[in-house]
Design a protein around this ligand. Structure first.
Ligand SMILES: [Fe+2]
Ligand SMILES: [Fe+2]
Length: 341
C-alpha cells in the first residue's frame, strides 16, 4: 500500500538507491522511472506515498521533474538530491515544489532517515484523513444526524437558561402529557413525540422581557397582554421545521392556552378545533402548575385537590377525555410532580 516513486536517469544509480530506500521499510515498494514521462505514468498508476528525485547529471532536469510531479500531484511529498556546487539549487527545488532536499554527496543513512520522516508524516496524514472522512460519513449518515428530539432538548435548555423554573416546568409537563396520551390509548411512538413536543410548549417565553417574566409582584393587565404573546412566539420559533416532532411542538405552543369552551387564547378555538396535542398539554400544564408552582397563590394544591379542580372545569376549560386520562394515570403523575428537581 505504501510506495516510493524513484526518479533516476541513470539505471545503476537507480539500482543502488532502490536498495538503500528498500531498507527504510519492508512494506514499502519502490517504482522506478528514468524519464519525466515515465515518472508521470508511475505517479498516476501507483499514487506513491513519496517521490524521490535523484539526477546528478542534470540539475535542470531534476527541477523540471520536480515541477511536473508537484503540479500533477501536490499532496505527494518530494525529496530531491541537489548538487553541492549550486548553493541556490536547494531553494529553487523548494520553489518548484520539493518538500525537502539533500545535498550531494548523500550518505545511505541520510537517504533513509529523510525518507523515513517523510513517509511517517504521510502515514499520519493518511490516518487523520481517514478518521475525518469516516466522521464526516457518519455525520452525513441519517443515523447520526441531529434528531428532532435533540433539537427539542437544546431548545428546552436554551429556554431554561432564560428562565430555569420554566425549564423544569416544561420538562415535567412533557412527562405528564405523555401519561395523558398513554391514558387516551395513543400509539407509543405518538406518546413519545407528544412528550418531547410538549416540553417546548412554553418555548415562546424566551421572547418575553425579563422584567415581565421574572416580575415578583402580581401581574397587571398589561403584563398579561405581554405574557399572552408566548404561544404565538413559540409557534413562530418552531413552525418552519419539517420535523414532525417540532411541527407538533409548534401546534402545542400555539394552542396550549385555548379552552375547550372557546374562551382561551390566542385564537379562541373550541372543542375538537383545538388539536388533541394542545388539549392534552392544557391539562398537563395546569396539573403541573397547580401542584408544583405557587402561581399567584399562597400555596400549591395537593394532587387530589388538583384533580378535583380539573374535574370542575371538565368541558369548560379542559377536554373531559384528557382529564379522565390523567386521572387514570394519577399515581405516575403524582410521582412526577413530587420530584421537583
Ligand atoms: Fe404557557
Ligand atoms: Fe406552561
Amino acid at each position: 500500500m505504501w510506495s516510493i516513486l524513484l526518479f533516476c536517469s541513470d539505471s545503476d544509480r537507480c539500482i543502488s538507491l532502490t536498495k538503500i530506500l528498500s531498507a527504510v521499510d519492508r512494506r514499502v515498494s519502490i517504482h522506478n522511472a528514468t524519464s519525466a514521462t515515465q515518472a508521470v505514468d508511475v505517479l498516476d498508476a501507483s499514487a506513491p506515498t513519496l517521490a524521490v528525485v535523484s539526477d546528478p547529471q542534470s540539475a535542470g532536469r531534476s527541477l523540471k521533474v520536480v515541477s511536473i510531479l508537484h503540479q500533477r500531484s501536490p499532496s505527494v511529498p518530494l525529496l530531491v538530491e541537489v548538487p553541492a556546487e549550486h548553493p541556490m539549487f536547494g531553494l529553487q527545488a523548494l520553489l518548484a515544489g520539493a518538500t525537502d532536499f539533500l545535498k550531494q554527496p548523500v550518505a545511505p543513512w541520510e537517504w533513509q532517515q529523510r525518507a523515513r520522516c517523510l513517509l511517517d508524516a504521510q502515514r499520519q496524514k493518511h490516518v487523520i484523513n481517514q478518521a475525518v472522512k469516516s466522521k464526516v460519513h457518519r455525520l452525513l449518515n441519517a443515523e447520526e444526524q441531529l434528531q428532532p428530539e435533540d433539537v427539542a432538548a437544546i431548545l428546552a435548555r436554551a429556554n431554561a437558561f432564560h428562565d430555569e423554573a420554566t425549564g423544569r416546568h416544561e420538562r415535567r409537563t412533557g412527562q405528564i402529557a405523555q401519561l395523558i396520551a398513554e391514558g387516551l390509548g395513543l400509539p407509543n411512538a405518538q406518546c413519545l413525540l407528544i412528550r418531547a413536543a410538549a416540553s417546548l410548549h412554553d418555548i415562546g417565553k424566551i421572547g418575553i422581557p425579563d422584567k415581565v417574566l421574572h416580575k415578583s409582584e402580581q401581574y397587571q393587565p398589561e403584563d398579561r397582554d405581554i405574557m399572552s404573546a408566548h404561544p404565538r412566539i413559540g409557534y413562530d420559533i418552531l413552525k418552519l421545521s419539517a420535523a414532525p416532532m417540532l411541527r407538533i411542538g409548534a401546534k402545542i405552543s400555539l394552542t396550549h392556552h385555548e379552552r375547550y369552551d372557546g374562551g382561551g387564547y390566542p385564537e379562541g378555538l373550541a372543542g375538537g378545533a383545538i388539536p388533541l396535542s394542545g388539549r392534552i398539554v392544557a391539562v398537563a400544564d395546569a396539573f403541573e402548575s397547580l401542584t408544583v408552582r405557587q402561581l399567584y397563590r399562597n400555596s400549591v394544591l395537593s394532587v387530589n385537590e388538583t384533580i378535583l379542580y380539573l374535574d370542575r372545569l371538565r368541558g369548560q376549560h379542559f377536554d373531559p377525555d384528557c382529564v379522565d386520562a390523567l386521572r387514570a394515570k394519577i399515581d405516575a403523575a403524582a410521582r412526577i410532580v413530587s420530584n421537583r428537581a
